[in-house]
Design a protein. Structure first.
Length: 333
């Protein structure tokens, strides 16, 4: 299961170091005032779920506490000094889509576990801005640790209400980094590609379900009004509204999927097409699931309409969404 554990109280040494750093560097407002004038060129104010946050206008050492958000910053040429691994307690590996940018920035990976972020490691990265939040577990941890993170550097949490890559990317580009023009250019290129693929494919008849299976083989279903199902909807696919029509809850507040028991899989996953993907790794595929009588008996599996998707499309960023379009075009043309 995707369990939630309480965050530990930070060590006193970390808090002492935070206080020293804060007193040495001064607040964002102080930094702006020292430059003369009204400070508008040095900082900007961002509205978040946690209230107004004053951030540097041109940050040079950004820490990203959600691997899934890092690609947006690389796309905007924002220097990322450190981020967290893709999976809690995992090793940091650059995404194939932004590996060169990460190498150029010298991006390092900060320890991250199911108990929370390593605040001493975050402090040691000497950020001038922290970006956190997004979807799922990283959002829960960021909200819980917000006050402590804010003592280290201005902290912007990407709201869980931003369920699509467009909403996440747009918030970061337009509100946090003042790169609205660049964002609009990228979105226009993506939308043009969507129309190309939509015209080239024939979506399967009937409804589809997106099945996520974790390393311990726990099945989850993506909620129909969140990121990946919405991306497929634009291409003409229709998602079975299992979340809306059943008494189920997201696996965590702001989550984009809900857990099923093995029995529920057989009862609820009746769509004529099923897409299978792993969670933070290649933890499942159609071939391995077909060895189970429960999955083999599903209509989509029986009819040969179960398809693998790479795990990274689950919460894909801009570059991953473009790559997904290539996959869909090749499979359904």
């Amino acid at each position: 299961m995707l369990s939630l554990r309480p965050l530990p109280v930070p060590l006193m040494s970390a808090l002492a170091a935070v206080a020293l750093l804060s007193s040495a560097c001064g607040s964002p407002e102080t930094a702006a005032e020292s430059g003369g004038g009204d400070g508008s060129a040095e900082t900007r104010v961002v509205q978040t779920d946690q209230g107004e946050v004053t951030v540097p206008a041109d940050p040079q050492r950004v820490v990203v506490l959600n691997y899934a958000l890092a690609g947006y910053l690389y796309g905007l040429d924002v220097p990322v000094v450190a981020t967290t691994p893709e999976d809690a307690d995992g090793e940091g590996v650059h995404s194939e889509f932004w590996a060169e940018d990460a190498e150029a920035d010298g991006t390092e990976y900060l320890p991250w576990s199911t108990d929370g972020f390593d605040l001493e490691a975050v402090l040691g990265a000497e950020p001038d801005l922290i970006v956190a939040g997004g979807l799922g577990f990283p959002l829960v941890q960021a909200v819980d640790a917000y006050d402590r993170l804010s003592e280290i550097a201005p902290t912007v949490i990407v709201s869980g209400s931003h369920t699509t890559w467009q909403e996440q990317f747009g918030f970061l580009a337009e509100e946090v980094f003042d790169e609205g023009e660049r964002y609009e250019e990228l979105v226009a290129a993506h939308d043009e590609r969507v129309e190309e693929v939509k015209a080239a494919i024939t979506p399967p008849e009937g409804e589809v379900t997106f099945l996520v299976v974790t390393a311990d083989q726990t099945p989850y279903v993506l909620i129909e009004d969140t990121g990946l199902p919405l991306a497929f909807e634009r291409l003409g696919f229709e998602t079975d509204p299992l979340f809306a029509e059943n008494d189920v809850e997201p696996y965590t507040a702001g989550g984009d999927m809900f857990e099923l028991s093995t029995e529920q899989v057989g009862q609820l996953v009746t769509a004529s097409t099923v897409f299978v993907l792993g969670f933070n790794g290649d933890t499942a595929d159609v071939a391995s699931l077909s060895e189970s009588p429960v999955y083999a008996a599903l209509p989509a599996f029986e009819e040969g309409n179960a398809y693998d998707l790479p795990y990274w499309v689950l919460r894909g960023d801009y570059d991953e969404e473009l790559a997904l379009l290539d996959i869909v075009e090749e499979r359904f043309s």
